[in-house]
Structure formats: C-alpha cells, structure tokens
Design a protein around this ligand. Structure first.
Ligand code: HEC
Length: 227
C-alpha cells in the first residue's frame, strides 16, 4: 500500500510536469535596474549593441532591407527570429547559426569574422539568465574622463560598425584621435541626438540613455581631453 501511494504521488508529479505551460516569453518592455551588476548580462547594455554591430549593419539584418526578412534590430525581433528559448542557451536558430562550423550556414557569413568565444559566451549567459529585456547604466556624470567614461561606451555601442577597412559612414571610431575628431566637429553629439541632419546613432537601435549622452557631452565641453 505504501508503495502504491508513493507510486501515485510520483505519477502525479510526473504528469503534472508534462502538462505545465511553456515558459512565457519575458515582456518586451525593458526593465531598468540602475547600477550594473557585474554578474548579470543586460540586453540593452551588452546584447543589443553586440547583435546590431555584428548582425544589423546595412545590407545585413537591418530594418530597411533585411536579409531574408530577418531584422535583428530590437528585442522582439531578436527573440522571435532567433527562436530564443529563455533559460536554454543551446536552443534556437540564432545560437545554432553562430555555433555551426558549416561555412554555408554560419552567421555572420564569411568574409565577416565569426563571433568570438567571449561574445558567444555573453549571449548564452544572457539566455540562461532568462533572456530578459533588461538594462542598467553605470553613469557618473561628475567625474568624467575619456578612459573611464567615454571610450568604453564608444567601444560597446559604436565600434562594431565604425571600424575595419570600410567603417559605416566612412567614419572610424576606434582610437582616441578618431573619437576626438568626431567630438570636435560636432558629429559625435549630433549623431547621438539625431540632430543637425545626422542619422540617430546607434544606427536603427535604441538611443543611448540620457545619462550616458550627458557623460559624453560633458567630456566634449571639457575640450575632449585624452585623460
Ligand atoms: C549597426 C551599425 C552602426 C552602429 C552600431 C553605429 N553606427 Fe554610426 N553609422 C552607421 C551607418 C550605416 C551610418 C551612415 C548613416 C547615414 O548616412 O544615414 C553611420 C553614420 C554615422 C555618423 C555620421 C558620419 C558622417 O560623416 O555622415 C556618425 C558621426 C556616427 N555614425 C556615429 C556613431 C556613434 C557615435 C555610434 C555609437 C553610439 C554609432 N555611430 C553606432 C552604422 C552604425
């Protein structure tokens, strides 16, 4: 009798599990948590800049004329087209295509370089943490320096498209000199705000947070020093 009860108990659990609803997709509205936790991967801060600069440059999966109809410019599209399953970092079209070694399938396709192990790890950690539309910002708008405040933002949000032999808009944003030149001719701030006829940057993605733009503006107003 004891065994029968135990059996019935486990059978209920087992079937109970099987009928559990699928994990619902996280909401599309970004959740903002202020200061960045070093153990958390953030969609707006880490994943979106990586995917837009590696996968959504013009002629690839951008919003105007996306390759095979696949746009990878925002959370909803990345979740849907990437077939991302929150909590399961080995599942889904996006992961399969960046992990495959088949040159006909791998993304980004040759001659573009494949994602690095660190970039893949970042994406998989984000998915295993629930693939949320989360964001954070480390903003200190008082103690602003090039090395501490500006260069990391540009490397994260801009460099992917503005580097290499043919940078987008014919504008490299890699070295201090590159960034200073764009700061002093006004194009850096105008592109971050989408003013004075400049296309809003990052291209077809969410603009930087106000406090991030404030830090860059403060540095420009200080004369764009190499500090
Ligand atoms: C996904 C790719 C991509 C990312 C990421 C990106 N850009 Fe651009 N950028 C472009 C493209 C494409 C153009 C040309 C757009 C146009 O002419 O309308 C451009 C043009 C520009 C220009 C104008 C160049 C000129 O002389 O007309 C500036 C300045 C610029 N980007 C700055 C930035 C900054 C700053 C960031 C980061 C906050 C950034 N971009 C992120 C693709 C990108």
């Amino acid at each position: 009798m004891k065994y029968l009860i135990a059996f019935a108990f486990f059978a209920t659990i087992a079937t109970g599990c099987r009928h559990e609803p699928e994990v619902p997709l996280p909401p599309d509205t970004p959740s903002f948590s202020g200061v960045c936790d070093p153990d958390t991967v953030y969609f707006q801060h880490d994943i979106l800049p990586l995917i837009t600069s590696r996968c959504a440059s013009p002629d690839c999966h951008d919003a105007d004329n996306p390759e095979e109809g696949v746009r990878l410019t925002d959370y909803a599209n990345i979740m849907n087209h990437g077939e991302i399953v929150p909590g399961q970092p080995w599942e889904g079209e996006l992961i399969e295509q960046i992990l495959t070694s088949d040159p006909d399938d791998v993304m980004p396709p040759p001659p573009l370089s494949p994602l690095t192990a660190a970039e893949i790890d970042l994406i998989q950690t984000w998915i295993s943490q629930g693939a949320r539309n989360n964001s954070c910002a480390d903003c200190d708008t008082v103690n602003v320096t090039f090395s501490g405040s500006v260069s990391g933002l540009i490397a994260n949000y801009c460099e992917g498209c503005h580097s290499g032999a043919n940078p987008e808009g014919s504008r490299a944003l890699v070295t201090y000199e590159d960034i200073r030149n764009s700061a002093l001719d006004g194009s850096l701030l105008s592109s971050l705000l989408g003013t004075d006829g400049f296309t809003l940057m990052p291209y077809q993605s969410s603009p930087l947070l106000e406090c991030q733009i404030d830090m860059i503006e403060t540095w420009i107003n200080d004369g764009a020093p190499n500090n």
